[in-house]
Design a protein around this ligand. Sequence first.
Ligand SMILES: Cc1ncc(COP(=O)(O)O)c(C=O)c1O
Length: 439
Amino acid sequence: MSKVSPIWHPFTQHKTFGPAIEIERAEGACLYTRTGKKILDGISSWWVNTHGHCHPRIVEAVQRQAGRLDQVIFAGFTHEPAERLSRKLLKRAQSSLGPGLDFVFFSDSGSTAVEVALKMAIGHFAHTGQKRRKIVALEGGYHGDTFGTMSAGGRGVYNAPYAPYLFDVHHVPFPHKGEEAKTVQAMERWLRQYGSEAAAFIFEPLVQGAAGMRAYSPDILKTLTKLCREHGVLLIADEVMTGFGRTGTFFACEQAGVIPDLLCLSKGLTGGYLPMGATLSTRQIYKSFYHQDKTRQFFHSSSFTGNAMACAAALASLEIWEEEPVLERVAAIEAAHQRASGWFVARPDIADVRVVGSIMALDVLGDVTEGVGGSGYESVVGSRLYDLMMENGVLLRPLGNTVYILPPYCINESELEQIYETLWRSLDRLRDEGFQQAA
Ligand SMILES: Cc1ncc(COP(=O)(O)O)c(C=O)c1O
């Protein structure tokens, strides 16, 4: 058999990227390779991990569940972990956001959680006889890689070959700091013309992740969602990345006082332990599918919907939230980021240092190649920084020329220091190599 791995990895250019690094085990904020090298996971393994890798409580809960019930068809059947999890999730949503979300639909990823929300919104209006079919979104958003979620997301290098197959979604300009009025005016204008035909507004609250950790204010989110509400447009909050404490509150929508009609969750739902998606919906949307007529049921399923082990992992993760000071850990990370941002701001080769909860991001000047949301996905700077950080045992995966740190909440101060220092030294190396020009 060929020595070359037959695995086709995600978001990887195999022609130019070296062989994948084999990880043997993980613990806390660290990954360990087969050859024993320790790598600090500065991006929570694609934003999924919350309490730390292989958290003993989650491991134990999954082990216990594994010997009892693995998986059962979820149409016509249910089980105790799923029942308990749905109630816990709704209770969390109620205490964080306020009343409104009453039902949970399980799926298996962030993309499916969003895909389900889009189908629920469109189906809701179809079943209630309203001609609302249009979707509006924030320019540059990322909601997944299925055709529905690509349609809702920003158009660019990620999805260019598929553009002719994507359905029409109206994108209003991203509310850059100081330019928020443009976004509001664009939304007002569009709603005046199409408000009565609009089904839903979909957004990543407070931070657009894949677009380059682009942050915007809770106030602007409040204004935009209020405008949509005035026109009867449903709100779909994609909290796949921002949920479970990432932005400093349990859900990002909390900070804007927004209660969405559909809330999409994944990644941190199981503490990042097992794949799972969930879409929370209002009673009103649920009821439009609730009918004598079988053809009005919600025609959607993933084979692994409500997987019992994923439910057990999510329950254990939520119990950690209930019993431990998780938000205080996030606040400590935020405070460390704020201190570090003071140093990075002073560098002439860095722009727009931003901190939102556990997320810190900055843009490296020079070499900006336009990608989704202008984040320069193909940036040479990003690839070189990745290599330099990895040489020093830190995993950061820049989005173009945007470098961000998004660690598991168990990370300690000295590990955070290690990330900042390694980044600082790597930026120096980049400068010495002549990779970028100072502003
Ligand atoms: C905001 C947002 N929505 C949806 C997704 C898609 O999630 P998944 O990769 O689990 O399909 C992502 C993934 O990064 C995301 O950041």
